[in-house]
Design a protein around this ligand. Structure first.
Ligand code: ZN
Length: 386
């Protein structure tokens, strides 16, 4: 079904005439729904802490999860207690759940387990994101990142970041089901930040470029040493993917010189042991998201490829500066020395700890939370006076 749809979403075929009224109907529902939330006819709520939404307007994988992991780790490095909330696709239950160390993909979904593993953050899942966000707040989160929440309007937000698939763009530009869009392209005009994942030309001149880098294979279950992906150049391997855009994974492997035998499964598919065995000794390469579901039955020939989001220094600065400003994060930072509260001095772009008499600079919107970068204030400094 999905592959049939993709022939006209992305490959230039004309969609059948009868799909167009369905897209028109879908668009009307999207508009009505947005309007209903805006006017308060549908209930929405705001957690006490800032909310940053990372989402997209098209169907399928665009790189939201690597960006969520990157942003969560960046904000954590400023001493913030970050919570991540997501739907938890592929799980059996739907109620809100706070992940613990031993929570598996069957209870929480593959993406949630992956995010928890790659960050130091609290992670909660639930089809009701507001209820899941409450669990994060109760557990001590100071700010919440919602992975894939652009259309989940019941959760009010401070910052919206939209991720664009740089290779597939917006497809034929039509709404579902005639096209791949969940909302019209004009929706991007109202988000704070656009991030484009891969691709040559920018789909939107405002977009920041994100690169997904991964060149080291890790064993799925065995305690083997990592293997450079380049070591398999010129060799054949099975590549298995149950993600939104499997072609991206295969293309990465081909770019590294592998001869790829493709095996595509639906997004969030739960693998059985036999689905990863092909009756030969070739290496079987899977994505990181799939790896969290396959540890129990993985063999020594099973490897996964972790990918990490990367930005240039300038684009990192732009992205974080915007997030700090829009999400009011300067107000909730704590002193890295004494963990006490900081006073934000907007006029001088400083964060002041009265206990330690330290003034931390804010450079281009980003606080520098390092003791060696802070200025020692004298006891009679006016910054300490109020
Ligand atoms: Zn302090």
């Amino acid at each position: 079904m999905e592959s049939w749809l993709q022939t006209f979403w992305y490959q230039g075929a004309a969609p059948p005439w009868w799909l167009r009224p369905l897209s028109w109907l879908f668009g009307s529902v999207v508009r009505l729904r947005r309007n209903a939330y805006r006017r308060g006819w549908l209930p929405s709520g705001r957690p006490a802490c800032p909310v940053i939404v990372i989402g997209n307007i098209s169907v399928g994988g665009t790189g939201k999860t690597p960006l969520t992991i990157w942003l969560a780790n960046e904000l954590h490095s400023f001493g913030l207690r970050v919570g991540v909330v997501l739907r938890g696709y592929g799980r059996t239950a739907t109620g809100p759940l706070l992940l613990e160390d031993r929570t598996g993909a069957a209870q929480a979904g593959d993406e949630a387990v992956l995010i928890r593993r790659r960050t130091h953050c609290l992670v909660a899942v639930g089809s009701d994101r507001r209820a899941a966000a409450r669990l994060l707040e109760q557990a001590g989160a100071q700010l919440i990142i919602a992975d894939d929440g652009l259309q989940h309007l019941a959760l009010q937000r401070d910052v919206e970041i939209a991720v664009i698939d740089g290779e597939r763009g917006f497809g034929n530009g039509r709404l579902l089901p005639a096209g791949p869009l969940r909302e019209p392209v004009s929706r991007l005009g109202s988000v704070a930040l656009l991030v484009q994942n891969g691709g040559e030309a920018l789909c939107d001149p405002r977009a920041l470029r994100m690169r997904l880098a991964g060149d080291e294979l890790l064993p799925v279950s065995e305690r083997l040493a990592p293997m450079p992906l380049a070591q398999l150049a010129g060799h054949a391997a099975h590549a298995v993917a149950a993600i939104g855009n499997p072609q991206r994974f295969f293309a990465t492997l081909r770019a590294a010189g592998l001869s790829v035998r493709e095996h595509v499964f639906p997004d969030h598919h739960r693998f059985s042991a036999t689905e990863l065995q092909f009756g030969d000794a070739l290496p079987v390469l899977i994505t990181e998201k799939d790896a969290v579901k396959c540890q129990a039955f993985a063999l020594p020939q099973h490897w996964y490829l972790p990918v990490t989001a990367q930005f240039t220094a300038n684009e990192r600065q732009t992205l974080l500066g915007r997030v700090f400003m829009d999400a009011r994060l300067l107000d909730i930072l704590a002193c890295p020395v004494c963990k006490g509260p900081l006073q934000y001095e907007r006029a001088q772009s400083l964060l002041v700890c009265r206990t330690d008499r330290l003034a931390f600079p804010i450079r281009e919107g980003i606080p520098v939370m390092l003791e060696e970068e802070a200025r020692q204030l004298s006891g009679d400094d006016p910054l300490l006076g109020r």
